[in-house]
Design a protein around this ligand. Structure first.
Ligand SMILES: C[S@@+](CC[C@H](N)C(=O)[O-])C[C@H]1O[C@@H](n2cnc3c(N)ncnc32)[C@H](O)[C@@H]1O
Length: 432
């Protein structure tokens, strides 16, 4: 099978059919060699990171856009342009392999057309690039609605920085299981294998690898010594500060990264209840618990309707890792910006509000609720919390950490801040 053609098919599924990259890619990668797998992945991620630019180049060079059954060829051309602009693949090989992709997509008669567009692109690329750079949506490769939202929230310069970071590759972060090793001990195991990693100040379990690797190459991965989780996501369990004998709710828990981290840090809980609305994703919570040999009560339920699944005992602490726009993790999921619509944001804000209000009623007096999102949009974050505080008389903000040195009650992490994903945290306490 032609790797360029496979990439074009995946891109068609994502951009035209709205399937997520994390669903479309593994489905098609199963039959490939590791080398081809890596190439398909690189091409799909790369095209999605630069989509509007490549679309613009293609539109400029063609009299009529490719639609309907020929739409896969449009993506094949984008794959060709991506290789010419952003990879070290020699141009004759990039063009040759891409043109052959037309045959693999069962459109051999259109090989000449693909060849013609790519050759015109090679001749005209400088002029086209200069034109694209004049439009922010093409320069930063984000949809106009998101450019506008980021500029309103952060100003033009900061928004430009954020979008540039969103287009970089994210590093691989590890969470060292505190039950087996401390960070220094695990770092020594990595060093023995010639793997370099760095720790960070405010998270004792986190290590950021210098270069990504297969999880099965990590010392003790199968035995639960280590997990893969971004540094910002790892802060949740630290900020939650679960104590012995407490009843904890992780209300939007799947795939379970924060559930298991909380259990790793606090082995003496009374009970951990892990809820999620998505039954399929909930299976991953159980898988994570099993791999790490941890226990939780896993419940398929709606966090905005706890009366449908709640046992009747109020929680000591609640983690509300709310469904959100995921605008903080665009560098890991370059398809998010094309799958989301501007109108989704208001819907998400209102769902988050419903969830927060419903969960608050299930929190003990004196209990703590940690609100988290992987969003960088104020509407979902500090403005959401501001509204909640204004309408909830028994809620107040408290410092994210009880360590004396950390006094902030809310934290907006921007993408690539200390190499982490974009994330937001706010910690609330219910009056006694
Ligand atoms: C940001 S993800 C959670 C990630 C998870 N906490 C972790 O660390 O692995 C948000 C989750 O909210 C779930 N979700 C969306 N709407 C929900 C609802 N009404 N009730 C419960 N879970 C919901 C989604 O299925 C998704 O798994």
């Amino acid at each position: 099978m032609n790797v360029r053609a496979i990439a074009a098919k995946v891109l068609n599924q994502v951009v035209e059919k709205g399937q997520s990259l994390s669903q479309a890619l593994p489905a098609i990668q199963q039959e490939l060699t590791p080398k081809d797998k890596a190439l398909v992945q690189m091409l799909c991620y790369g095209v999605l990171r630069t989509l509007p630019r490549l679309d613009f180049f293609c539109r400029s060079l063609m009299k009529k856009p490719l639609t309907g059954k020929q739409r896969d060829l449009h993506f094949l051309i984008l794959v060709g342009m991506y290789q010419l602009l952003y990879t070290r693949i020699p141009s004759h090989a990039a063009v040759g392999e891409t043109v052959s992709g037309a045959k693999a997509l069962k459109k051999p008669a259109l090989k000449g057309m693909v060849n013609g567009v790519l050759r015109s692109f090679l001749r005209e690329q400088e002029t086209l690039i200069a034109k694209a750079d004049q439009q922010p949506a093409l320069l930063y490769c984000h949809p106009s609605w998101l450019v506008k939202r980021l500029q309103t929230a952060y100003g033009e310069e900061k928004a430009a920085q954020i979008m540039t970071e969103n287009n970089q590759q994210a590093p691989m972060w590890l969470r060292v299981n505190a039950r087996f090793h401390d960070r220094e001990q695990y770092l020594a195991l990595l060093t023995e294998q010639d793997k370099q990693a760095q720790g960070t100040d405010n998270n004792d379990n986190a290590l950021c690898l210098e270069s990504a690797c297969d999880v099965y190459q990590l010392p003790g991965f199968e035995d639960g010594w280590v997990s893969v989780q971004d540094g910002a996501a790892q802060l949740a369990a630290h900020y939650l500060e679960a104590q012995p004998n407490e009843l904890i709710l992780d209300a939007c828990s799947a795939p379970g990264g924060k559930t298991v981290h909380t259990l790793e840090l606090q082995p003496e809980l009374k009970q951990m209840v892990a809820v999620d609305f998505d039954e399929k994703r909930l299976l991953r919570v159980q898988e994570n618990l099993d791999r790490l040999n941890l226990q939780a009560t896993v419940i398929h339920g709606d966090a905005s309707k706890p009366d449908e699944w709640w046992s009747g005992e109020q929680f000591d602490r609640i983690l509300c890792d709310a469904p959100c726009s995921a605008t903080g993790v665009i560098r890991r999921h370059p398809d998010i910006r094309w799958l989301r619509r501007d109108s989704d944001i208001n819907e998400l804000v209102s769902l988050q509000q419903d969830i927060l209000q419903a969960l608050w009623k299930k929190l003990k007096p004196g209990g703590v609720l940690l609100y988290a999102t992987c969003s960088i949009l104020p509407d979902e974050n500090d403005l959401q919390i501001e509204r909640f505080l204004a309408s909830t008389s028994d809620a107040s903000l408290i410092p994210l950490s009880s360590k004396v040195s950390e006094t902030v009650c809310q934290r907006q992490i921007l993408p690539n801040e200390q190499k982490m994903d974009g994330f937001y945290y706010a910690k609330l306490q219910k009056a006694l």
